[in-house]
Design a binder for this molecule. Structure first.
Ligand SMILES: [Zn+2]
Length: 565
């Protein structure tokens, strides 16, 4: 039967028999001898024959089962403790594995690419029966490649469970390949890893004190570099905090300016809707006052959040707002269809129901006829959790902006001197103006380059910069972005000094933090390295994690992520 185009090195094919939809292929071992696995001496003395039935790659849509006739040899070496041994066939089927080597290789590739349950279903169609557990076992058993120790690494955290537990991702910044995943983001996990992987010379990281300590203890000789992306993100947050705090004051300034504020289009609401929204507003106000009262009594933000069942970021925002934050016209219009049901929804959420789908069904029975999405958005916002879509859109926008900031330094820097100029207000204030945008929106006005703003945005910028604290924020933020963009390490000292003495607590805290990390910050303005690629890997990791539907263990996640890269 040697004409059958079926190859099995070291065997002669004897028979191919179809048995109940399967192909049974009988083959006999034909090599002349085998080497003893203990002493290595080769032997031709056959002790006995026996059979093995491993599964092989499918053929013409049929499961293939091999019937292998293999041998046991006698070891002729008198000094060897082994008397007999089974012949080794690693290239066809390893000892005590019920699957050929080539089938295992295929299963491994598929199990790494697709989650195990899906892979199992897919393989059934290909005439390769393999359970999800088998596939997981194959992935776990595969030894990880050991990459050479890189001299430049990036360290970043990623969420194992959003908002709950975080791990650490380590990446080779010269090849942009991931090297390892660690189960925590603490100094106690990072420093032993660095000791076990000596040779790291430059380590790029965010501003976490844990990574700082872990790096100093684990690789005391390595230069630490603050990642510019993280530093810019922090600056963005500082500006946003100032803006949220000052927003109520800016709105008041606009009212006092004498200009007519255009009203945005509003759908006429029924009396019931108006009443419902007033009730909701009263409830929010009540909550706002509760928060302030606890805060005045000296309670910490986490304590307040826990006592009132609110997200700590919501508490923080309310405290920073300076006055009761009204919902902006834009925002309330988004939920206009939900308004009749808001009192009910608020009651249910306060009872602890955070399942938007369930709430949607409940108000559906009360007459709500619209989609699920607004319900979900409302619930997330009410709980102070940004929805995945909106928070990722914001993140993507921020990343694109910071990427542009960092990309510019590769072109020839345009020497800029002095503070950015703000166009002066026209003598007569415009008669009609748009209402001020949200703090988040105004923050971007302060961060973008003045020449990138439209005339209308320029006007808004000029207007809000009349408030001295906003003017200070604008100047310091613009100088910070320019310093990072053009890597002006010589500007760091004067920037820190001015921020420390500018009178804005947000800037002072940020500057104090940077001062404690003076060398890593100065390195960020000197070295070219940046964690940009780490962010890309974190996104890939998220994909691997989601495809596992949260069922896999950390070790499995690590295996799949590192083997797939
Ligand atoms: Zn031997």
């Amino acid at each position: 039967m040697s004409h059958i185009p079926f190859s099995l090195p070291g065997f002669e094919i004897q028979q191919v028999i179809p048995v109940e939809g399967q192909l049974h292929i009988t083959a006999t071992a034909i090599r002349e001898g085998a080497a003893c696995p203990i002493c290595g001496q080769s032997s031709r003395s056959i002790h006995s024959w026996y059979q093995r039935f491993p599964q092989d790659l499918p053929s013409s849509g049929q499961v293939v089962r091999l019937h292998l006739h293999v041998r046991r040899f006698r070891c002729r070496n008198k000094a060897c403790p082994r008397q007999t041994f089974a012949e080794r066939l690693p290239e066809v089927v390893p000892v005590s594995i019920q699957r050929t080597t080539r089938l295992t290789a295929l299963l491994k590739t598929i199990a790494i690419a697709v989650n195990a349950q899906e892979a199992s279903r897919l393989l059934a169609h290909l005439a390769i029966p393999a359970s999800g557990d088998t596939l997981l076992r194959i992935v776990k058993r595969t030894p990880l490649p050991i990459p050479p120790i890189p001299s430049v690494i990036g360290v970043d955290d990623f969420a194992l469970r959003r908002g709950k537990t975080y791990g650490t991702l380590i990446i080779d910044l010269s090849t942009h390949r991931p090297i390892d995943l660690l189960l925590e983001r603490t100094a106690e996990t990072l420093s032993p890893w660095l000791r076990e992987h000596p040779g790291v010379e430059i380590l790029s990281r965010d501003r976490s004190s844990e990574y700082s300590r872990g790096a100093s203890e684990g690789a005391p000789k390595a230069q630490q570099v603050l990642d510019r992306y993280h530093v810019l993100t922090n600056m963005h947050e500082v500006v946003k905090r100032v803006m949220s705090r000052k927003h109520a004051r800016l709105v008041q300034m606009q009212k006092d300016s004498g200009a007519t504020i255009r009203t945005r289009f509003k759908k006429k609401r029924s009396n019931a809707e108006i009443a419902a929204s007033q009730v909701a507003r009263l409830k929010r106000q009540e909550r706002y006052e509760e928060v302030l009262e606890l805060y005045r009594r000296g309670k910490s933000i986490p304590t307040i959040a826990q006592a009132l069942h609110m997200h700590h970021m919501t508490v923080r925002k309310l405290i920073a707002a300076g006055a009761f934050p009204e919902r902006s016209a834009h925002k309330s219009r988004r939920f206009v269809r939900l308004e009749p049901f808001l009192p009910y929804l608020e009651k249910r959420v306060q009872e602890g129901c955070e399942n938007a789908n369930l709430l949607w069904q409940e108000i559906g029975q009360q007459g709500y006829t619209h989609g699920y999405k607004p319900v979900n958005t409302w619930v997330r916002e009410y709980l102070g959790k940004p929805g995945r879509a909106s928070s990722e859109r914001e993140k993507a926008k921020r990343q694109a902006f910071f990427d542009a900031v960092q990309a510019e330094q590769r072109t020839i820097p345009q020497p800029e001197t002095g503070d950015p100029e703000i166009p002066s207000l026209d003598e007569k204030p415009p008669m009609e103006v748009d209402p001020l945008e949200s703090p988040r929106h105004l923050t971007w006005l302060l961060l973008r380059k003045p020449e990138q703003l439209t005339a209308k945005e320029q006007q808004v910028l000029t207007f809000i910069c009349q408030e001295p604290d906003i003017q200070t924020t604008y100047t310091l933020a613009q100088r910070f972005f320019r310093m990072v963009r053009e890597r002006q390490a010589d500007q760091l000292d004067s920037w820190l000094e001015e921020s420390l003495s500018c009178g804005l607590p947000d800037f002072r805290t940020f500057a104090e933090g940077l001062k404690r990390e003076y060398a890593p910050m100065a390195n960020a303005l000197t070295f070219f390295y940046s964690n940009g690629p780490v962010e890309g890997q974190v996104n890939r990791l998220k994909y691997v994690k989601r495809s596992m539907y949260g069922r896999g263990s950390f070790e499995l996640l690590r295996q799949r992520f590192l083997q797939a890269s």
